[in-house]
Write a protein that binds this ligand. Structure first.
Ligand code: SF4
Ligand code: SF4
Length: 179
């Protein structure tokens, strides 16, 4: 596949401005509740704030791609005298941790930039962040042309990785006989 120019949406994060209020987690989970805004539960948010007040660490990170493999990243970073593990900055929903997983099903969660119809002016976590720790940017970049997976396809891929394709096919066949 070739390269194409694409508008890329970004959230810029300034951890020094984050006060740990968790408003970003609340509004993200409420926006993605079914029906919309019917409940809020930060465990279902696609952004999370790493909170270690005794070390003065408040680090918001929003969810990126699902990955089936655990990486080998065990490095430590000292930034402004604060120590962060490599995982702290990672946006992946991965097998090694609970972050960015739907708490009931374990299926991966990914930030969709608050996709809506009509579109939101700015992502809701940015709008609700009163300290400007989160700011929204759009940049044009040359990226590899790819076919983005839908949320359902990402969930299916995670299930196939967990249970194996054959088991999934058998299960779906059994379900269809019952249905
Ligand atoms: S809303 Fe802003 S200040 Fe509050 S936790 Fe999220 S990033 Fe930090
Ligand atoms: S942009 Fe929207 S979907 Fe993404 S983390 Fe922020 S509130 Fe959640």
């Amino acid at each position: 596949m070739g390269k194409v120019k694409k508008k890329v949406k970004l959230i810029k994060i300034d951890p020094d401005k984050c006060n740990g209020c968790r408003a970003c987690e609340l509004i993200c989970s409420a926006f993605h509740a079914t029906p919309k805004y019917s409940s809020n539960n930060p465990a279902r948010a696609r952004i999370r704030m790493i909170y270690e007040p005794l070390k003065d660490i408040y680090l918001p990170v929003y969810a990126g791609e699902y990955t089936a493999a655990t990486c080998m990243g065990r490095n430590k970073y000292i930034i402004d005298g604060k120590e962060y593990g490599e995982c702290a900055f990672c946006r992946a929903s991965c097998p090694a941790r609970d972050a960015f997983k739907e708490p009931d099903s374990g299926l991966p969660l990914k930030c969709d930039m608050c996709e809506d119809d009509p579109a939101q002016e700015v992502p809701l976590c940015v709008k609700w962040c009163i300290t400007d720790a989160l700011t929204y940017e759009e940049v044009e970049e040359e990226v590899e042309e790819d076919v983005a997976l839908t949320e359902m396809e990402i969930g299916l891929k995670a299930l196939v990785d967990k249970y194996g394709l054959d088991n999934m096919v058998d299960g779906i066949a059994r379900l269809s006989q019952k249905g």
